[in-house]
Design a protein around this ligand. Structure first.
Ligand code: FCB
Length: 499
């Protein structure tokens, strides 16, 4: 049984490292927070926490980040905006998927979500009050091009102009993701990401934004977590468009990366000085035991989880072991055309890393759980994984400026009668992961910013509203925002630029 076949049997693998050369895809000139990394990064990890310290206490100031390090929070359009039928917005695959009975928990949809489309000005004030230096959000393609192509919808563009201007007015730097999974349904009807043409439509859409907002957005992220679209959307079927088709899945992987590269080339063809890069969810993969079989299976697992996206973008080649596992006749292999990898590896300015969980891989290519999980049963809480993945990227791909664009955990947070939300577990989680990131910076990783997932409780895809990932509690019936204890703690971290 190939690894691919075996992986089909795995349940989540949703959120979703070993070649040598330095990253050829790095564009020099980014503002890395630290000096370039040296060859020998440490791999061992010490415990980050001081058990004698109250885990929910304020920062002690022991771990200071470099001057200029930026702290932020992240959201995505479909998860927070709501207003799915307003101002000319078209339908997206997530509208279709979430409205299909049985696809999401409780039949939840993003129709209202956190109503951010209407409440964005208050949310901007909230961000200012937290002291955020950076806000990562995504742009809804069907608001800009309701059918995925052609003349842009001015009202859609205006919304993001207001948002971006509001960020600047409050001294917060905008970081805009072009695609966070809400593909226009019209494009899906024409084959979606299985259709190579979608990558070219994406580049046109990107150009609309580069021209329409370009002077106001200093950092663009192309595709959010291509792997999650591949795995959840096309392997397991848990996400839109809800297919279970491994052959399609890896062709989609190629087209998503082609779309990324085309967007990078498109930006370079404008006179924009903005920076651009992909947003990849990376998972450190470890053998589950000492056997040679586990080592081999873990390496291939790493190929599917990490190298399939890192090697292509940063080295201009797909990992040979993954291509071999897929087989020479795979739809992906047949879909790669001359020049595609050159486009995919068009030099980037920064790499956005999203870290949630490690994988422990057995000799038969399965996975085991080694650490306590969060409310999301796929998420093992392992802060050292943050250190391992950041240092590994730098070691294997060269000193690409890095930003952490997602890290966080869900909890069943509740609003107490005194009007507060005590999410001590989130504070511990964030503190330990930030400490691991700090250790990576100390060891030479050029990490320039860190964004918590998420600013607000929101629509967590197939999990609907059950999982609360926000720093800020959203009381959905009233849409009232209540900063959780973690938000107040984070404000102090930002103020101290450290822990
Ligand atoms: C990531 C997604 C983000 C959110 C978090 C929990 O995979 O990019 O939208 O769902 O997981």
């Amino acid at each position: 049984m190939s690894m691919l076949t075996r992986r089909r049997l795995l349940s989540r693998a949703a959120l979703s490292a070993t070649a040598g050369a330095t990253g050829t895809g790095l564009r020099v000139g980014g503002t890395a927070a630290t000096a370039a990394v040296s060859g020998g990064l440490a791999t061992g990890c010490d415990a980050d926490t001081d058990p004698d310290t109250d885990p929910t206490g304020g920062p002690r100031g022991d771990l200071r980040f470099p001057t200029g390090f930026s702290w932020g929070a992240a959201t995505s359009a479909y998860q927070v905006e709501g207003a799915t039928k307003e101002d000319g917005r078209g339908e997206s695959v997530w509208d279709t998927f979430s409205r299909t009975p049985g696809r999401t928990r409780n039949g939840d949809t993003g129709d209202i979500a956190a109503d951010h489309y209407h409440r964005y000005a208050d949310d901007l004030d909230l961000m200012r009050d937290l002291g955020l230096g950076s806000y990562r959000f995504s742009i809804s393609w069907p608001r800009i091009q309701p059918d995925g192509t052609g003349t842009p919808n001015q009202r859609g563009l205006d919304f993001y102009r207001r948002l971006v201007d509001g960020l600047h007015e409050r001294g917060i730097s905008p970081m805009a993701t072009l695609f966070h999974w809400d593909l226009p349904q019209t494009l899906q009807d024409a084959g979606g990401w299985e259709n190579r043409d979608t990558a070219y439509r994406f580049a046109e859409y990107a150009e609309v934004l580069f021209r329409g907002l370009g002077d106001r957005v200093p950092v663009w992220l192309t595709i959010n977590e291509p792997k999650t679209v591949v795995q959840n959307g096309y392997l397991h079927g848990h996400h839109a468009p809800g297919f279970q088709d491994p052959q399609a899945a890896y062709l989609v992987a190629h087209h998503l990366q082609l779309a990324h590269g085309l967007a990078v080339e498109t930006l370079r063809a404008t006179d924009s000085t903005a920076r651009i890069g992909p947003a990849l969810n990376l998972h450190p993969c470890y053998p589950a035991d000492d056997s040679a079989e586990a080592a081999g299976a873990s390496h291939l697992y790493d190929g599917y989880e990490n190298r399939l996206y890192l090697d292509s973008i940063l080295k201009g080649s797909y990992p040979a072991d993954v291509l071999a596992d897929l087989g020479p006749g795979s739809r992906m292999a047949r879909g790669i055309r001359d020049g595609d990898l050159k486009t995919i590896s068009a030099p980037i300015d920064l790499l956005a890393v999203q870290y949630y969980t490690p994988y422990y891989v057995t000799g038969t290519g399965g996975t085991v759980t080694r650490w306590p999980t969060s409310q999301a049963d796929w998420q093992q809480i392992y802060p050292d994984g943050m250190y391992d993945i950041l240092t590994r990227v730098t070691r294997d791909y060269g000193p690409v400026p890095l930003t952490v664009t997602e890290n966080g955990l869900p909890q069943a947070d509740t609003l107490s009668p005194d009007g507060t939300v005590d999410d001590a577990g989130r504070i511990s989680f964030l503190r330990d992961h930030m400490a691991a990131a700090h250790r990576a910076v100390t060891d030479g990783v050029p990490l320039e910013s860190y964004h918590v997932w998420s600013l607000l409780d929101n629509f967590e895809w197939a999990e609907g509203y059950d999982q609360r990932w926000g720093l800020v509690y959203v009381d959905y019936p009233t849409q009232r925002r209540v900063p959780k204890r973690s938000a107040l703690w984070y404000r102090e971290v930002i103020r101290a630029n450290g822990l």
